[in-house]
Design a protein around this ligand. Structure first.
Ligand SMILES: Nc1ncnc2c1ncn2[C@@H]1O[C@H](COP(=O)(O)OP(=O)(O)OP(=O)(O)O)[C@@H](O)[C@H]1O
Length: 457
């Protein structure tokens, strides 16, 4: 039998016991350390880490109370180490056994032991300590990932009336466990708002699981969301938990809920009503403790009228509704958002000197933004990458560039219109280079900027 990589610590004052345990355990584990005096425990645990600790219960001659073992068990637990403790004694008193388990030992072995039994107890403790380590590792990974995701979603920018209302609602609803439905077109920030609710809720330390309901294949839906048992279907090679169980204690974000077919809507409704899931291939309902936030870009009210969305499901998920207006309806947020993304991408691409002139911001405010904030974000990223001067130009935004390429023919000779036409075309001719355009127009750069601002160029 191959050895486990486990590190075992044996603490017993009896030389015969420590020696025989060392000989036995060294055949099965890579490292076995023995200690005779319990007062050395803090020192050794401070320096080395172990998977399993075998701790004697009585160290003083004639003592059979087990108090000393329990004292040292408490000390070990206080050190918050990963090792699992098994107590070992010559006196198999049930009361003591119960007390030790209560204090955090994972098992209790009576001397004289049977080798097979002792080994299987230690192997179980070792496996458990490996699992504990894995969970700890996954938790810390999850914390890092969540905080990276949260940072990405940390700053919800907005000062428009609509966004100030959204901020107020987030603040009120975050503290509760109420189900929230977030409505809005693509790229308006629905997931960002969902994350903000989670981050400000009592569940903030737990996971936030986002599920794109439109992206899950219909035949895998139940297995993805509720999990499955090994063998439940051809590809179910092992037991797997679903997204609801994975979100346990935290928040589940059901994005694009409007894309669910009617039969799947019925399945989700059952889970939301009963707060239980049943893994595919089993009959055992498992309770779930998750906060549910849904989002969609569809009008669920219209879908209900057209019998494409269940009315009872809508009333189940919309305890609180938050609507995010499209960007073109909150153009007062565009300057702030532009500044925010500019800063972000200037830093990312190490072009920290780039600015956006007022006239470009005005043009951005006139654009209709079908892709909303996501489109603005990508447009700024692209513009920062492409920009060759210190100032972003309308031409750095492909869609604005096109608008300014319209040829204009004049049959009226209004001077202001002619001036605007000359400035627009000169900037275009010089590919957005303001210095060159100013030179050609016979203006200083400052004078050109003032005119560009006047004409909203
Ligand atoms: N108010 C905001 N402030 C700053 N960034 C925002 C804001 N709203 C959205 N964003 C950014 O826009 C992008 C899209 O946001 P998000 O994914 O939350 O939108 P969505 O409505 O969930 O989109 P979809 O419907 O396509 O899933 C993200 O990168 C997000 O960081």
């Amino acid at each position: 039998m191959s050895k486990s990589k486990g590190r075992i610590l044996v603490i017993d004052d009896d030389d015969y016991i420590t020696l025989s345990l060392k000989l036995l355990l060294e055949e099965h584990f890579t490292e076995v350390t023995t200690v005779k005096e319990p007062k050395k425990i803090p020192g050794i645990l401070g320096k080395q880490s172990f998977d399993v600790i075998l701790l004697d219960m009585n160290f003083k001659q004639g003592d059979t109370s087990g108090e000393e073992g329990i004292y040292w068990l408490k000390k070990i637990k206080e050190m918050e180490i990963d090792a699992n403790v098994i107590l070992i004694t010559a006196y198999g008193d049930v009361n003591i056994a119960v007390k030790t388990i209560k204090e955090g030992a994972i098992d209790f072995v009576v001397k004289p032991w049977q080798n097979e039994k002792l080994l299987s107890t230690i192997h179980a403790a070792y496996t458990l300590s490996q699992e504990k380590k894995r969970v700890k590792h996954l938790r810390s990974q999850q914390k890092i990932l969540s905080s990276a995701m949260d940072n990405q979603f940390a700053n919800i920018i907005g000062q428009s009336g609509a966004m100030l209302d959204v901020f107020k609602t987030i603040e009120k609803v975050a503290k509760t466990n109420a189900d929230v439905l977030i409505l809005g077109d693509n790229g308006t920030g629905k997931e960002m708002v969902a994350r903000a609710i989670h981050r400000n809720s009592p569940r903030a330390e737990e996971v936030f699981i986002s599920v794109d309901m439109g992206a899950i294949q219909e035949n895998l839906f139940e297995s993805e969301l509720f999990g499955h048992k090994k063998g439940a279907f051809t590809d179910a090679r092992e037991d797997r938990i679903g997204r609801f169980e994975a979100a346990s204690g935290g928040t589940i974000f059901l994005d694009e809920i409007g894309n669910l077919s009617l039969p799947l809507q019925a399945k989700i409704l059952t889970v939301l009503q009963s707060r239980h899931i049943t893994r595919v291939g089993t009959n055992d309902p498992i309770p779930i403790d998750v906060r549910v936030i849904c989002a969609t870009n569809s009008s669920l009210a219209t879908m209900v009228k057209e019998k494409r969305f269940r009315e009872d499901l809508l009333y189940r998920i919309n305890t609180v509704e938050i609507t995010l207006p499209p960007l073109k309806e909150r153009i007062e947020d565009i300057p702030l958002l532009t500044e925010h993304f500019l800063k972000l991408y200037c830093k990312k691409y190490q072009k920290e000197h780039i600015r956006v002139p007022e006239y470009v911001v005005k043009k951005l405010q006139k654009y209709h933004w079908p892709g909303n904030i996501r489109e603005l974000q990508h447009a700024l990223e692209r513009a920062v990458i492409m920009c060759e001067s210190d100032n972003l130009q309308a031409g750095d935004f492909a869609f604005l560039g096109n608008e300014s390429t319209e040829e204009q023919s004049f049959d009226d000779f209004n001077l202001e219109k002619l001036e605007e036409w000359a400035i627009r075309n000169s900037i275009k001719k010089h590919h957005g280079n303001i210095s060159h355009a100013a030179q050609e127009l016979g203006l200083s750069r400052g004078a050109l900027y003032r005119r560009m601002e006047k004409y909203g160029l």
